[in-house]
Ligand binder design. Structure first.
Ligand code: Q9C
Ligand code: ZN
Length: 342
C-alpha cells in the first residue's frame, strides 16, 4: 500500500511535557515518524508520496471554526507576549468555572481550547499540524479512488483532539477528519477502529450523537489510565448515536490474549455495522516496552492485528496515532500494515 508522509512534521520538535512533577522533553518527538518511514522503505511496503495541499474546510466539518482558526495564532501570540519555551496550557474551565467565555490573552486561551497540558506548541507546530491533516486527507483520497488501503503517516497524532479542544499530543483529529470526508464524498457509514493504547476521547466526543460513524476503542481503563475522564464501557452513544460507540477498557498488564479477545468482539460488531470504509486509528503504544503505557503486546502481535483487520474485507485507511518506544515503533506500526497485506 502507499504511504503518505510530509517532512514538515519535523518542525514540531523540542516541545516540553509535564510528567509527574517534572518538565521533560516530549515523548511525542520527530524520530517517531522517521523510524516508521525508514521501516516502510526497508520493508518495501510501497511508494511514499507527499500530501496534496488542502484548505481547512474539511477540518471545520468536525472541529469548530473558532478552534481551527485559533491554532495558527498560538505561536505568534505566545512569542508576542514575550514568552519563551513551549506554549503550554495551565488553567482549565472545569466544574464551577465559566467555560463559555474565551479569555483575551493566549495564556488563558490555551486552557480554553484544551483539556490538558499535553498539546504544546513550538515555532514549527502549526505547519506540522497542517501537514498531518493534509497527509490524512491525501491518504483518504487514495482509498476513495479505489486503493484497498493506504497509510497516513500522521504526526502529530489526532485522536485526543475533540471538536473544540486539543490535548494528549493532538491538535486536529486526523481520523475524524478522514471519516467525515468519506461521508461527504458519499459513504453511507464509516467505522473508526481505535487500537491506540489510550482512549480516543476526542473521536468519541465528535461522533457521540451520530449514527453514521461507528467509533470503537480498545484502550487502558480510564479508572487507572490517561485520559481518565472518558472511555468507560457504559458509554455507548446518545440519541441517533445510541449503540454506535463501543469501548473496550482493559487493565494494566493486558497481553495479546486479553487484547485480542476485545479485538475479536470489536471486529464482529464492526462487521455487523457493515460500513463502506474503515479508518484505523493506529497507535502502537500497546507495546510491552512503551515508556508511558502498561499493556504487553509484543512485536510478533502487530502483524496479527493487520491480518484480522484485513479479514473484514473493507477499504481501510490507517492513520498513525501514538507509540513512544521509538526503536521499535517502525517494526510495530509497519508490522500491522504488512500483516494486513499478507
Ligand atoms: N506520564 C497519544 O498516544 N501523557 N497520546 C500521559 C505520561 C499523555 C498520549 C502521562 C499521553 C498522551 C496520541
Ligand atoms: Zn496513545
Amino acid at each position: 500500500m502507499k504511504t503518505v508522509y510530509s517532512p514538515l512534521h519535523a518542525g514540531h520538535a523540542g516541545q516540553m511535557e509535564l510528567v509527574t512533577s517534572a518538565i521533560v522533553p516530549g515523548f511525542e518527538k520527530p524520530s517517531r515518524a522517521e523510524f516508521i518511514r525508514a521501516r516502510v522503505e526497508s520493508e518495501k511496503l510501497g511508494p511514499i508520496i507527499g500530501p496534496v495541499e488542502h484548505d481547512l474546510a474539511a477540518a471545520k466539518r468536525v472541529h469548530s471554526a473558532d478552534y481551527i482558526d485559533f491554532l495558527p495564532t498560538v505561536w505568534p501570540r505566545w512569542t508576542a507576549e514575550g514568552h519563551k519555551g513551549s506554549a503550554m496550557a495551565f488553567t482549565w474551565p472545569t466544574r464551577g468555572l465559566r467555560g463559555d467565555v474565551p479569555p483575551q490573552r493566549i495564556d488563558g486561551l490555551l486552557g480554553y481550547y484544551s483539556f490538558d497540558a499535553g498539546a504544546t506548541f513550538v515555532e514549527g507546530t502549526w505547519a506540522a499540524i497542517k501537514s498531518s491533516y493534509e497527509v490524512a486527507l491525501t491518504a483518504a483520497e487514495l482509498v476513495k479512488a479505489g486503493e484497498p488501503a493506504a497509510f497516513a503517516l500522521c504526526r502529530p497524532p489526532g485522536h485526543h483532539a475533540g471538536a473544540a479542544f486539543m490535548g494528549g499530543y493532538c491538535f486536529i483529529n486526523n481520523a475524524a477528519v478522514a471519516a467525515q470526508w468519506f461521508l461527504d464524498q458519499g459513504a453511507r457509514r464509516v467505522s473508526i477502529l481505535d487500537v491506540d493504547y489510550h482512549h480516543g476521547n476526542g473521536t468519541q466526543e465528535i461522533f457521540y450523537g451520530r449514527g453514521d460513524v461507528q467509533v470503537i476503542n480498545l484502550h487502558g481503563d480510564p479508572m487507572t489510565e490517561y485520559p481518565f475522564f472518558l472511555g468507560h464501557a457504559d458509554e455507548h452513544g446518545i440519541g441517533e448515536g445510541e449503540g454506535f460507540n463501543l469501548n473496550y477498557p482493559m487493565p494494566f498488564g493486558t497481553d495479546w490474549d486479553g487484547w485480542n479477545a476485545s479485538l475479536e468482539d470489536a471486529c464482529a460488531k464492526l462487521a455487523a455495522y457493515a460500513p463502506d470504509v474503515v479508518v484505523v486509528s493506529l497507535g502502537v503504544d500497546t507495546f510491552e516496552k512503551d515508556p508511558i503505557s502498561q499493556f504487553k503486546l509484543t512485536s510478533a502481535d502487530y502483524p496479527k492485528i493487520g491480518r484480522r483487520i484485513a479479514r473484514l474485507g473493507l477499504p481501510t485507511l490507517f492513520v498513525m496515532e501514538g507509540g513512544y518506544a521509538v526503536e521499535e515503533i517502525g517494526i510495530n506500526a509497519v508490522g500491522v500494515l504488512t500483516g494486513f497485506e499478507d
